[in-house]
Ligand binder design. Structure first.
Ligand SMILES: C[S@@+](CC[C@H](N)C(=O)[O-])C[C@H]1O[C@@H](n2cnc3c(N)ncnc32)[C@H](O)[C@@H]1O
Length: 280
């Protein structure tokens, strides 16, 4: 790769540009992610065990009957699904990471939990009038591009029973300067992105006109090939959420600011707001 190609690749991506590669489903990276998800002590990939217990308890408290049907979109290795099934609910978890679903299925079988896992893309939901609660946790809602968000919300609405709840957590407008990741680079023999030597260039951008941030990673391997990963991350305030959810039929849109304990981290504490909306 020559310096001009590298310079071109390093430009600020156009709004909603796609990277060349998807991190979650990459066979090597998804194994690194699984290790991060199941580590109970940090907030990378999944929140810490203590926060997951807290959020699962909070979600369960939204339900008024002991045995409800729950759909967990982007369930990862089933950390919430297991806790909710442990409380007596019947859970369906969907994730397009084969590594996570394989792990989650094994755990649920061993623990004899009432959980069904599906290894599929949650953009292609096909449920009708089946769930009391649909959840999307750890800011996945913010990663959806506008047309994906519309599609997912229409499918969630259809998947819910009348009166059923949609629960998600989102990035709010607090501390936006900290939420834009700084420029950095790393060179590794083997690491998160590849099991062979690589150079990774990272930069963060803000697109205020679309209320979104982008994390842009360029990963160059031994073969000189560059893979690019772009993560879009919208931030929303209550008015935004109302204008997104109401046209899809949701009512009773309520925000909860203090579900998570105080934290300096941009993806936790006061930087995150939880929303509950009801199918009319
Ligand atoms: C930030 S992680 C959160 C995982 C889980 N909700 C948790 O908090 O432990 C996002 C998850 O969503 C999954 N995911 C992202 N986009 C997806 C899609 N389009 N369809 C299915 N799963 C998806 C990823 O594989 C990953 O497991």
């Amino acid at each position: 790769m020559n310096i001009i190609e590298l310079q071109n690749l390093s430009n600020k991506p156009a709004l909603y540009e796609r990277g060349t590669s998807v991190m979650w489903t990459d066979p090597y990276i998804s194994k690194q992610l699984l290790e991060l998800h199941i580590n109970p002590d940090h907030d990378v990939a999944s929140r810490s065990r203590a926060k997951i217990e807290l959020v699962s308890g909070w979600i369960s408290a939204r339900l008024d009957k002991p045995k409800m049907e729950i759909l967990d979109l982007g369930c990862g290795p089933g950390l919430y699904a297991e806790l909710l099934a442990g409380k007596g609910h019947s859970v369906t978890g969907i994730d397009f990471s084969a590594a996570s679903i394989q792990y989650a299925t094994k755990q649920a079988n061993e623990k004899k939990l009432d959980i069904k896992y599906l290894n599929k893309n949650y953009l292609d939901l096909d449920f009708d009038n089946q769930f009391d609660l649909v959840m999307m946790i750890y800011l996945d809602f913010c990663a959806l591009l506008p047309e994906e968000r519309d599609r997912v919300l229409e499918n969630i609405y259809r998947a819910l029973k009348k009166g059923g709840l949609f629960v998600c957590d989102i990035v709010n407008e607090k501390n936006l300067d900290k939420k834009t990741i700084p420029q950095s680079w790393e060179i590794q023999e083997k690491g998160f992105w590849k099991d062979t030597p690589y150079l990774a260039l990272t930069n963060g951008y803000h697109y205020p006109e679309a209320k979104t941030l982008a994390n842009h990673h360029i990963v160059i391997g031994e073969d000189n090939r560059a893979d690019t990963y772009i993560f879009w991350n919208h931030y929303y305030e209550k008015d935004d959420m109302i204008s997104i959810l109401e046209p899809k039929g949701f009512t009773g849109i309520t925000n909860y600011e203090n579900v998570l304990p105080e934290s300096e981290d941009c993806w936790n504490g006061e930087n995150v707001t939880f929303y509950v909306a009801r199918k009319a």
